[in-house]
Design a binder for this molecule. Structure first.
Ligand code: MN
Length: 253
């Protein structure tokens, strides 16, 4: 029994080394696993599943990338690996169609799943950064079904423009934010873990891979943070038997 968890690959046509590294990782590592959890920001941006209709005719390369990744995941799923996809703050518009074409199941943020014989809380992690009030206000808007409907009804080129505008705004805003605002709020972590009755939390988003020991309701607990993928280097959590291990992994070029 082996389960793998990853997050924050930020796949996009401008970073082919990460795409190729991931596809090789799928064949060499993920193949034969019972389950694969992808905890958000799998894609650097996602403007809607109808992007898949543009495969072969999208000069930006986004549609071909999406179709290629969906095909690779589908092969893994057909070989017997259960694939779960959670939204991140960049690919929150990823929908049922992509999931279906990838042979994956969309997973709510947060979700409690059983890993290594214990309940584990899985999150992307952005909702834990409660000190970033400006971002939380945007998140509340962007997760609203009506806002999503309105955005998805826009022509594709308009959505592409909106996505790059949002990325530019967030980059500019983040460069002015204090370091600790960009990390999770410790009290929020304890609160959320206690509310879900877990002593293990796994999330990504902050790009600060680490295993943190903490206390929840008087019990020893741990928060395992997945790292972001870069050319030549990725992060995974391996669940083998009862143990959960965070590992930095080399990605073949
Ligand atoms: Mn994120």
């Amino acid at each position: 029994m082996r389960t793998l968890l990853i997050s924050d690959l930020h796949l996009h046509p401008g970073a082919p080394e990460i795409t190729e590294g991931f596809l090789r990782w799928l064949e060499e590592r993920a193949c034969g696993s019972d389950a694969l959890y992808i905890l958000g920001d799998f894609f650097e941006a996602w403007i809607g599943d109808d992007l898949l209709d543009l495969a072969g005719a999208d000069p930006t390369g986004n549609a071909d990338l999406a179709a290629r990744i969906a095909r690779a995941l589908k092969r893994l799923a057909e070989d017997g690996t259960a694939i779960f996809l959670m939204h991140g703050n960049r690919d929150f518009l990823l929908g049922e169609r992509f999931a279906r074409e990838a042979g994956a199941t969309l997973l709510e943020d947060p979700s409690v799943v059983e890993l290594g014989g214990q309940p584990v809380l899985l999150m992307h992690g952005d909702s834990l950064c409660t000190r970033d009030e400006a971002y939380q206000a945007f998140r509340a808007q962007a997760r609203h079904p009506l806002w999503q409907q309105q955005v998805l009804a826009m022509p594709i080129d308009q959505r592409v423009a909106l996505a790059s505008q949002l990325r530019a705004q967030s980059g500019e805003a983040n460069s002015n934010k204090a370091e600790d605002i960009m990390d999770v709020t410790p009290e929020e972590v304890v609160k959320v873990m206690a509310a879900h009755g877990v002593t293990t939390l796994i999330h990504g988003h902050t790009h600060r891979p680490a295993v943190h020991e903490l206390e929840v309701d008087g019990q020893r607990a741990q928060r395992i943070v997945l790292g972001d993928w870069q050319p030549g280097k990725g992060w995974e959590i391996v669940v083998d038997g009862g143990a959960l291990r965070l590992r930095e992994i080399p990605l073949s070029q």
